[in-house]
Write a protein that binds this ligand. Structure first.
Ligand SMILES: Nc1ncnc2c1ncn2[C@@H]1O[C@H](COP(=O)(O)OP(=O)(O)OP(=O)(O)O)[C@@H](O)[C@H]1O
Ligand SMILES: [Zn+2]
Length: 893
């Protein structure tokens, strides 16, 4: 198997990338993170899908893109294949939107089917692919650190040895299954054999023969009795039909006899009925005569000529006409009477009303008169009061004739007098004070003088000029005392004058009051005078009006009497008319009586007619009945002759005999025989089915015995197969281990010659041991990092070779893929790696893909592929460079 072309879109760091992969060694190089490993992963992913990923499906699609596409073309076993996958991100999740494998045998679709198809094509699943062909970056220690059992599983799986174990287990399971079946079948077989033996002991055939002959005897007896029974049955039937015939005839006879009796009694009854009817008709004739008499009498009470319907109707009409006339007149008269009565009533009311008003007027006149009298009395008293007040006023005026002022100035006079008096009192008070002071000064001077001092300056009197002053001072006192006396009498006079003035003021005030009252009285006098006049006038007017009203009332009363008289006249007319109506009613009643009598007569005639008809009908019916009676009597005669009592007796006897026989045979003999027969038949059936069962058992025994034999030999075969698979696997594994150990040592020599190690041992349990030149053994884990890398590579290459050579025909193995194999190697060992690669090539590995940036490996490449990442877009691209150009490019470096 070889890759030929890979093309990517939006796979991890790539946008659009395409690469033709050629045979030989292809080295992919580029700086860290440029996308080298991703390119290899793309191929692996193309083959196995999500199983090939360490991460999730989403990681595959370039961040920020919706979908990714991977296409891988490869050749395998002479065929060309192409796988196409498309991954789409929808929401958070990525799904495989398309997955198609096109190959020479057709197209496979769907991720699961494609993965299975690839696994069966390459005979390895994703895990086996990684273990065999694809050495991933940093997986140096995977095989070294694995336990021998893991390693064994891994390698067995690669070499498909696991299948053998699987087959062995399947064979073991099959053996156990066969054993289970065998055991159960054997026990069934034993059971059947014992059943057969039991049945054979029963001697079934002899029993069958005996039962069958017994059955034949019973059958014969049965058919004999059945024939006898049939004969008895027909005898019985014949006797029965004779009896039935006679019984029927007798029944008819009875019927006919009862019919005759019935008819006879009906005829008699109807004849009696007819007689009764004749009698009734006769009675009605008498009744009719009576009615005719009554009608005659009633007619004479009316003014009818005859009692016909027409004349009664005509009369009735005339009465009705008259009645309506009277009623009309009556209603008019009643209305008129009513109207007149109402008018009279109204007039009475009006008269009463007028009289009442006249009385009111008279009462009002009375009241007015009383009011006028009262006013006149008051007027008289007011006039008297006026005279009294006038004389009082004249008295007051007389007093003012002597007074110093006129009436009206008294108040001013009083004020003047009081002022004069208070002035006089003030002068008096001043004078008294002056007098007191003068008296004190005199006393002082007299005291000083008595003490010998100057009464004026208080100095010693000798030589004082003022000693004469005492005389002056006593003269002053004297004059002041005179003045005071004068003033005191003035005040007394003025007191009297004030008193007089006060009395004048009093009189003046009284005169004013009297004048006011006088004025007031004058007003009232005038008022009363007016009242007296107007009331007296009103009295006259009202009395006149009352007289008029009384006159009007008497006129109304007269009119009322007239109307009442007229109403009475009309009412008597009404009474006359009512009497007329009563007379009319009596005449109508008489008419009614005639009419009802006529009707009754007509009814009676009808009844008589009906009775006659009924009597006639009855006569007809009886005529018919008599004919029918004659007919029935003839029939009775015939039937009486047809009944034969002897034949009936003999038939009865025969019937009884046959019935007795049948009863015996059918209830006793035949059922017994039938039971016997059924019992025998069922016994025979039982024996027959036993025989059939025996036969069946024998058949089953034979087939079971055959089956048990077959199972025995199958068990032997399966056991052999089981042990064969076990042996084969152990054998193959041993051989593989030997070959793998040889190849491992060859490879190891190639990459690690001249070193301290002599060889590697791979034991039967897949344990690995490294031997040093001095013979000491080492665990592979004890090797250095670089040594471990080489050891791993050797082991991987050896496994690859073992597979390549172990599989027949053209090597279908996938390319050998190494991702960064030189990481732990020093320069010398890199050239060993180059040797190893070349060795693998010479051993027939067609395609080797190596990711490396080691110059020496680059130099060894047949094809060089450069991977670059655009630093601005951060997207990777891939480009093939021819080896020589690169060599020179590297030389420039
Ligand atoms: N889904 C993705 N979308 C975009 N870029 C991705 C995605 N997955 C991985 N990468 C980028 O791809 C690069 C990793 O590629 P890869 O491992 O192939 O590099 P490399 O060349 O093998 O590097 P080294 O030499 O270190 O092994 C990283 O730069 C990573 O950021
Ligand atoms: Zn890498």
């Amino acid at each position: 198997m070889r890759f030929t072309h890979v093309s990517l879109r939006n796979f991890k760091p790539y946008d659009d990338a395409e690469l033709d992969v050629r045979d030989g060694v292809t080295v992919i190089h580029g700086v860290n993170g440029s996308g080298k490993s991703s390119l290899l992963e793309a191929c692996f992913f193309a083959l196995y899908g999500s199983k090939a990923l360490s991460g999730t499906l989403e990681d595959v699609v370039t961040t920020g893109e919706d979908d990714a596409e991977i296409e891988l073309e490869f050749v395998h076993d002479g065929g060309t294949y192409r796988i196409e996958r498309r991954i789409r991100i929808s929401g958070e999740r990525a799904t495989t939107a398309k997955c198609v494998l096109e190959g020479p045998d057709g197209t496979v679709e769907g991720a699961r089917d494609v993965r299975r198809h690839v696994a069966s094509l390459l005979r390895m699943d994703a895990e086996a692919f990684v273990n065999c062909a694809y050495v991933q970056q940093g997986e140096v220690n995977k095989l070294i650190n694995a336990s021998p059992a893991q390693r064994q599983d891994m390698i067995d799986d690669l070499l498909q040895l696991g299948k053998l174990e699987e087959y062995r287990e399947r064979a073991g399971n099959a053996r156990l299954g066969v054993e289970d079946v065998l055991t159960s079948k054997r026990s069934v077989l034993e059971d059947i054999e014992s059943q057969i033996a039991a049945k054979e002991d029963e001697d079934l055939h002899a029993r069958l023969n005996a039962l069958e002959s017994e059955l034949a005897e019973v059958d014969e007896k049965l058919s004999n009795y059945e024939a006898q029974r049939d004969k008895a049955k027909s005898t019985l039937d014949a006797a029965q039909s004779t009896l039935d015939e006679h019984a029927e005839k007798r029944e008819r006879l009875v019927e006919v006899e009862s019919t005759i009796e019935d008819l006879q009694s009906k005829v008699a009854a109807d004849e009696a009925q007819r007689d009764k009817l004749t009698e009734q008709i006769h009675d009605l004739d008498g009744k009719l005569g009576d009615l005719d008499d009554e009608i005659e009498t009633a007619l004479t009470e009316t003014d009818l000529d005859d009692a016909t319907e027409a004349s009664i109707d005509a009369r009735r009409e005339a009465l009705a006409e008259r009645e309506s006339e009277i009623r009309e007149e009556l209603s008019e008269s009643r209305q008129q009477a009513q109207a007149l009565a109402t008018q009279a009533e109204r007039l009475e009311e009006r008269a009463a009303d007028l009289e009442a008003r006249a009385k009111e007027k008279r009462d009002a006149a009375e009241a007015d008169e009383t009011a006028a009298d009262e006013a006149a009395a008051e007027l008289e008293s007011f006039r008297k009061k006026r005279t009294t007040i006038e004389s009082s006023l004249e008295d007051i005026d007389d007093r003012f004739a002597d007074a110093p002022v006129d009436r009206g100035s008294a108040a001013a006079l009083l004020e003047e007098r009081r002022r004069d008096r208070s002035e006089a009192r003030e002068s008096l008070a001043e004078t008294e004070t002056e007098l007191k002071n003068a008296r004190e000064r005199l006393a002082e001077a007299e005291a000083l003088r008595d003490a010998g001092k100057c009464p004026e300056c208080g100095q010693a009197v000798e030589g004082s000029p003022h000693v004469d002053a005492i005389g002056d001072r006593s003269a002053e006192v004297e004059s002041l005392e005179n003045e005071r006396d004068e003033l005191e009498s003035t005040v007394e006079d003025l007191d009297a004058a004030v008193e007089r003035a006060e009395r004048l003021v009093e009189a003046e005030t009284r005169a004013d009051t009297l004048s006011d009252r006088l004025e007031h009285l004058d007003e009232r006098i005038e008022d009363r005078e007016t009242t007296v006049d107007s009331r007296r006038e009103a009295v006259t007017e009202k009395r006149e009006a009352a007289a008029e009203l009384v006159e009007e009332a008497s006129t109304k009363r007269e009119a009322a009497t007239t109307q009442t008289d007229r109403a009475e006249t009309v009412e008597s007319t009404v009474e006359d008319l009512e009497a007329d109506l009563d007379a009319l009613e009596t005449r109508r009643e008489r008419l009614d009586r005639v009419e009802s009598l006529v009707e009754r007569r007509d009814d009676t005639v009808d009844t008589q007619e009906r009775l006659r008809e009924k009597r006639e009908t009855l006569a007809d019916v009886n005529r018919e009945r008599r004919e029918h009676l004659q007919d029935r009597k003839t029939r009775r005669k015939e039937l009486r002759e047809a009944v034969d009592e002897d034949a009936v007796e003999s038939a009865k006897k025969r019937k009884q005999n046959a019935a007795e026989y049948l009863d015996k045979v059918e209830t006793d003999v035949l059922p017994q025989l039938r039971d016997q027969r059924d019992d025998l038949q069922s016994q025979i059936g039982g024996v027959q089915s036993d025989l059939e069962r025996l036969e069946e058992l024998r058949e089953r025994r034979d087939s079971l015995a055959e089956r048990v034999g077959a199972l025995d030999s199958l068990h032997d075969e399966v056991s052999t197969l089981e042990s064969t698979y076990g042996d084969l696997r152990a054998d193959l594994r041993q051989r593989n281990v030997e070959v793998l150990e040889r190849m491992l040592n060859e490879t190891f020599d190639l990459v690690y010659a001249n070193d301290a190690y002599s060889r590697i041992r791979l034991d039967g349990e897949y344990g690995l041991t490294v031997f040093q030149k001095d013979g000491t053994a080492l665990e592979p884990e004890q090797l250095s990092g670089g040594e471990r890398a080489l050891f791993n590579l050797s082991l991987r290459c050896a496994i690859y070779r073992l597979l390549a050579e172990g599989i027949d025909g053209a090597a279908p193995l996938p390319p050998l893929i190494l991702d960064e194999p030189t990481v732990f190697l020093d320069d010398g060992h890199v050239s060993r790696l180059v040797d190893l690669v070349e060795d693998m090539q010479t051993r027939g590995v067609k395609q080797i893909l190596i990711v490396s940036h080691d110059n020496e490996l680059v130099g060894a490449a047949d094809d060089l592929v450069r991977v670059e990442k655009n630093p601005t877009t951060n997207r990777s691209s891939v480009e093939r460079t021819d080896a020589p150009d690169l060599a020179s490019a590297l030389a420039d470096d």
